[in-house]
Design a protein around this ligand. Structure first.
Ligand SMILES: [Mg+2]
Length: 315
């Protein structure tokens, strides 16, 4: 379906049950490479932009940073349905756009030409399009607009910022890497670290060892992903999840592991990097998306072609 203000266009994708599906919303600039078009919009204005998009309506847009992730999500749906044709807990992907409906046809056509299963296209003219996220039961929102991402986080929707980058995606198995502090977990230990330095943070962690950490902005999404992951055995899973944290395993690993256990969140692999750069490891894992709150970690991942999503901690 495509939702144009209140107009609906059918895209022939089987609708998922909104109460059971894991709904992901991506914006057009996160899923497609619209950098040139966006520049045109900023420099020449809306009218020229619309004209350009209409003139190129049948020319498919190139893949953007979140494209491989959405494709991998589709692969998981296939496997879930092979396992159980009645499965209702599937990924459901919505495209959210500030485009007007008349310029948005290129996006609908591009999704079709690339074989993407998008259940709804929402072309919304409102300044703050994130108000639709709650009503669509969105559990992960990916956008190239920082304000959008902050608005979503403030509404309690797990969200991350996507930058246009070169992406290589080598596997079909969906691989998702989460950072720990300020992503899966709250930023409480980060705050102690900033105030009291590393030794203060280590001391704090020791004292708090038995107390699970608070929830981070992406916890809810990770829990749903973990639930999906549990439907498969380790060998045959089309989903694989990772924790890659700057924490050291020796001093600060225990509380992290205890917290995951307390939540019942099974992570396939956990890496305690003790402050080492994450890029080389990510390059081995080859995830479809890497969530982190540290711009330097995002840069390190981008340098090795790993699709990255920043979870801003200063909204
Ligand atoms: Mg962090």
């Amino acid at each position: 379906m495509a939702e144009v203000g209140s107009t609906i266009i059918n895209t022939n994708v089987k609708q998922k049950d909104p109460n059971e599906a894991l709904v992901i919303a991506v914006t057009t600039r996160a899923i497609f490479n619209l950098e040139e078009e966006h520049k045109l919009f900023l420099t020449k204005g809306k009218e020229e932009y619309v004209k350009h998009q209409q003139a190129n309506e049948d020319k498919p847009l190139e893949q953007g940073t979140a494209f491989a992730f959405i494709q991998a999500v589709q692969f998981v749906n296939q496997k879930l349905l092979e396992r159980n044709p009645e499965e209702k807990a599937l990924f459901d992907v919505i495209v959210l756009s500030n485009n007007s409906p008349e310029s948005g046809m290129r996006v609908v056509n591009s999704a079709k030409q690339h074989g993407l299963e998008i259940s709804k296209f929402c072309f919304v003219s409102d300044e703050d399009s994130t108000q639709y996220l709650k009503s669509h039961n969105v559990k992960l929102f990916l956008s190239a607009d920082r304000t959008d991402v902050c608005n979503a986080l403030q509404r309690g929707v797990p969200a991350a910022l996507i930058f246009q980058q070169d992406v290589q995606a080598l596997t079909t198995q969906l691989r998702v890497v989460f950072d720990g502090d300020a992503v899966l977990f709250s930023d409480e230990t980060d705050r102690v670290f900033r105030e009291r330095g590393l030794s203060g943070a280590v001391e704090y962690e020791r004292a708090m060892e038995a107390v699970p950490m608070g929830e981070g902005p992406l916890k809810a999404f990770a829990m749903l992903l973990g639930k999906m992951r549990k439907k498969f055995s380790q060998e045959n899973s089309p989903v694989r999840t990772y924790l890659v944290t700057a924490r050291s395993g020796r001093d600060m690993g225990i509380r992290a592991i205890k917290t995951l256990r307390e939540w019942g969140l099974a992570i396939d692999e956990a890496f305690f990097m003790d402050g080492a750069p994450k890029g080389p490891l990510l390059s081995q894992i080859q995830p479809h998306i890497f969530f982190d709150d540290g711009p330097h970690n995002i840069q390190g991942a981008q340098d090795v072609g790993i699709p990255s999503a920043l979870v801003p901690c200063d909204c």
